[in-house]
Design a protein around this ligand. Sequence first.
Ligand SMILES: [Zn+2]
Length: 235
Amino acid sequence: MYAISRVTERISQIQNRLQAGASDQGASFSNTLQTELSTGLTKPGSRSETGLLGGSSFLGAWSTVDALSARTSGGVLGGPPTPGLSVGTAAAIVRAPGDYGPLRPPGALVGYGNGNIPREALAPIGIANHRLWGPAAASFRSMVVAARREGVEIGVTDSYRSLQGQEAVAAKKGLYAEGGLAATPGTSNHGWGVALDLDLDPQAQQWMRSNGARYGFVEDVPREPWHWTFRPAGS
Ligand SMILES: [Zn+2]
């Protein structure tokens, strides 16, 4: 297919650029993306049913490829933080936590259902056994490296959450709609593999508020400053 060969060609171009002198981190970032893309392009089932090439998963991955390209070629993402300005195509727009509206699940995962995503459809984020949707995982790994470079450590408490896990959290913390801290089971952003609960000291909290959106991560739930969701613009 024409579009697939374009993606493959694009990845080759970026890898060539990486081999020409970019960091190891960039190379592993690229590998993660390539795995995500090739999985999506070859795997039968929900991905093709939801129309990978026309869906948000494809656009999301493509955006991340472009972000990588910008970063490794010394583009805008390699520059200093620019709070309030959306830079790179993987970046999110910063809004007040309650103003994001309903999440559009990744097209690649929507067929599985919230909280019912198999392990192999998610990618490691490089911390403990936590996993997210591939493009979110890749962007998170890249963000952690950037934070560390500035002496900031981003800890992770929770990531993808199965339906069973969502039921356990709801039982323990109460439903958000009733003053608690848990989404109605089956509706959590954690169930789509795009949300993280972070363990942040005050410096790291501030760093995330200044820089998270550059990597697509935003604080989208009022009263939950630890909860960050991957919502790149246009997703
Ligand atoms: Zn959360």
